[in-house]
Structure formats: C-alpha cells, structure tokens
Design a protein around this ligand. Structure first.
Ligand code: NDP
Ligand code: MG
Length: 406
C-alpha cells in the first residue's frame, strides 16, 4: 500500500463506508454531492463540522450517518436531542478525540480529510495509523508532519489518494507504480500549475490595500476562506510544492511552478524522453474527488465535459516571487527541511487569521512568515510531539510578529 496502491479490494466489496471530516466545508460539500450521486456504492458513516452546525444537522437528516462529531458537549446535547426528535439514530460525539475515533473506526473504509489547517492533523494521522483509504485534501497535515506521515503510511498500509486537484492530476499522469523514485520511472520534473489568484495582475503598490473580500474572491475556484487567501498570496502553491515532495518522493528542485490563469491544466509531468503528460478538466473539486473515490475505476462526477473550443487558449507565465514572496519562502522551507515547513505553516495560519480578522494587511502575511522563519532555528522533527512543539513555538513567535508589523 502507499500512495494510491490500493488493491481492487475496497472497490469490489460493495458499499464503501465514508467518514467525511470537514463535511460543512467546501471540499466536504463537493464530496457529499458526489456520494449522493452513487448511493449503491457509497454510504456516509460519519460527518464532522465545527462552527456551521445548523448545516451539519441538515447533512445528518440528508445522509443519516452513524456518527456526527461537533466541537463541544453543549452542542452535542442539543443536537442529539433534535436528531432523536427527527427520528434519527445518529450518535452525536464531541471534541477532537472523537474525530480521531471516527477516523480510525473499524467500520470505516474511506476517510475524507477535509478539515482546514493544523486542526486536521490529528484525525488525518489517526486514519493513517488505522490503515484507511484516505482522500487527502488537508495539505497542512502533510506539510507539518511529512516524514512521520509517510512513515506511518508505510507501516500501516494506508492508501493515500490525493484530492488536491494538482496532486490528483500528477497522480493520474504518473505510472501506477508510484513507489519507484521519480528518476527510475523517467520523470524529469513535476510541473504544478497555479491560477495566480485574484491579484495576479495587481501592482505591488496596490497589493498592500487589498481587502479580505477581494482576497477571498478567487477567479476560477470556489473554496474556503483560508485556502482562498493562501491562493491569493501563492502560499497555497508553496504548501502544494511541499505536499508534492512528500507524496511523490520528489526533491524540491524537481517541482516547478507555472502560472496558468485558466485553471484547465491541473498539473503536468515532464519525462526524460520529452513527453509531457498533462491533466485537463473544468476547475471543479468533484473531478479529483470522484477519481479518488472510484479509483481504479471511473464514475460520473456531475461535472460537465470540458469544452475546448470555449476554453480556446491556455496561457502560461512564470510566478512573480517579488510580489508574491510566500512561494519563495515555502521553497526555502522545503529545501531546509526539519521544522522549517512546520514553522512556515504555523506562521502562515497565524498571519492569514490576522488578515481575515482585519488585524494586518495582505502584504504583511509574507513579512510575518519571513520574520518567524528567521527568528527560529530549524530543529529535526520526527515524532508527533516534536511536530506539535515546533508548531506551538512558531505560533507564539508569529503572534509577536503580527503585533510588531501591524
Ligand atoms: P472550508 O473552510 O470550506 O472548510 C473547512 C472545514 O473544516 C469545515 O467543515 C470546518 O467546519 C472544519 N473546521 C474548521 N476548523 C476546525 C477545527 N478547529 N476543528 C475541526 N474542524 C474544523 O475549507 P475547504 O473545504 O476549502 O478546505 C479544506 C481543506 O482542503 C484545506 O486544508 C484546504 O487547503 C484543502 N483543499 C481545499 C480545496 C478547495 O477547493 N476548497 C482544494 C484543495 C485542497 P465549519 O465549517 O463547521 O466551521
Ligand atoms: Mg490545489
């Protein structure tokens, strides 16, 4: 087992029981839309939400899961009462430990890891330890704990199916035996495409004045607020670069980033013989989610066929690391290794939260991350405890930089 090395096992034994962590979010909604189209193949076993609990209750009525996880006991009691009144047998659980419980439950076949940020780390690792098939959206977990994550995958036999669209595209452009090194399978480089976000053509001067609403209005993808801001700073591509290094066993130097504003080519693999394989499709998360759920088969996703004549042209340009320094910072952290990606991710989460809550300007996000990375020495991170320590230290340091720079 490993990255997508699933025996035909899961998909040949009837209904797959799915645990959707982060069901109330954007990836959660796309996943549930796909599942609902194929009731003969998929059954919702557990759902989780955090703040949008009215929506979560509606999802329980729609999908009748065995478990639903909410953040605290207060909501647990009130929601449980209402679900019983509605005639549902769903058991309501509370807290982060319950996320770990449902992610590793023996009756679960597939876990969709779609909680945003470091909050998704523990439950994703629980699913990995339990050897589940995991549809991985939560890239932050891999960025934070890559070495540990991949070691646990090897030990448990978990199957990781990337659903971040670029990584799913790369997966589809690689041969099935992805456990070989990239050189052994003749790969020269991986090319990650990036839309360039809403500020692709905005001048450096105007960038310091952009608003939260502008940053969250992504031109081609509809996503949660944190990843939308990450896309606007290009940190999303930086996190994806690190994600690609772990998933495909690639050194950072073999992963290139190209801006492609139409978001039709989702990524490419360049082989030594000059062949370049690309994955194309409409920008809709139901494409990678359907692929990962049905793999190695294919099924309808609800996404319309790509109209090449309507797309008409595909543009490519180099990323501008002067206006968008986050990409450079991420590449440096990937190359440095150890705790550097943990620090990068933690400082980014703190800085993006400060921007979303009006405490700092858009252009200070990169400055806060840079300051945090420069203030802390890199240390090796092997165990989960070391990852969490490095994360907590970086959050404290980044909060100081928010104060100093805002
Ligand atoms: P959203 O903000 O739309 O959804 C996030 C989900 O996480 C929600 O269900 C939310 O609950 C839950 N959540 C938030 N905080 C916590 C917490 N502290 N504990 C437990 N659950 C929590 O994000 P997206 O769906 O856009 O993104 C989810 C992940 O997928 C991210 O890691 C992102 O990088 C990745 N991804 C997303 C893509 C996209 O197209 N959206 C594409 C590729 C990757 P609630 O809403 O109830 O508060
Ligand atoms: Mg992506």
């Amino acid at each position: 087992m490993g990255i997508g090395r699933l025996s035909a096992q899961v998909s040949s034994i009837g209904t797959q029981r799915i645990c959707v962590l982060g069901a109330t979010g954007s990836v959660g909604a796309s996943t549930l839309d796909v599942i609902e189209r194929h009731p003969e193949s998929y059954e919702v076993f557990a759902l989780s939400g955090y703040s949008r609990l009215k929506e979560l209750e509606k999802l329980c009525v729609r999908f009748r899961p065995q478990y639903v996880v909410v953040p605290d006991v207060e909501h647990q009691k009130s929601i449980q009462r209402r679900l019983i009144d509605a005639g549902l047998k769903t058991l309501v659980l509370a807290g982060a430990d319950s996320l770990d419980f449902v992610a590793s439950h023996q009756d679960v076949d597939t876990v969709v890891a779609a909680i945003v940020g470091s909050a998704g780390l523990s439950s994703t690792l629980s699913a990995v330890r339990a050897g589940k098939k995991i549809l991985l959206a939560n890239k932050e977990a891999l960025v934070m704990s890559g070495a540990l994550f991949m070691q646990l995958v090897r030990e448990s036999g978990a199957t990781i199916m990337p659903i971040d669209s670029e990584h799913n595209a790369i997966f589809q452009c690689l041969p099935a035996r992805t456990h070989d090194s990239l050189s052994a399978i003749g790969v020269r480089r991986i090319i990650l495409t990036a839309s360039g976000g809403p500020f692709r053509t905005t001048s450096a001067q105007l960038l310091s004045e952009v608003t939260v609403d502008q940053a969250c209005a992504h031109p081609t993808w509809s996503m949660g607020r944190k990843i939308s801001v990450d896309s606007a700073t290009l940190m999303n591509k930086g996190l994806e670069l690190i994600e690609a290094c772990w998933l495909f066993n690639a050194p950072p130097a073999k992963v290139e980033v190209v801006i492609h504003p139409q978001s039709v080519v989702h990524s490419l693999v360049d082989y030594v013989d000059g062949s370049v394989l690309a994955h194309l499709g409409n920008p809709d998360m139901r494409v990678p989610i359907s692929h990962a759920l049905a793999w190695p088969r294919r099924m309808e996703s609800g996404v319309s066929a790509l109209d090449l004549l309507k797309v008409a042209r595909l543009d490519f340009e180099p990323p501008d690391e002067e206006r968008f320094p986050c990409l450079r910072l991420a590449r440096q952290a990937a190359t440095a290794g150890g705790s550097a990606p943990v620090i990068l991710n933690a400082a980014n989460e703190v800085a993006v939260q400060a921007f979303l809550t009006g405490r700092t300007a858009f252009t200070q996000i990169a400055a806060i991350i840079d300051g945090t990375l420069n203030s802390l020495a890199e240390v090796p991170v092997v165990t989960l405890e070391q990852v969490l320590d490095a994360d907590a230290t970086a959050r404290r340091e980044a909060s100081k930089w928010v104060g100093a720079l805002s």
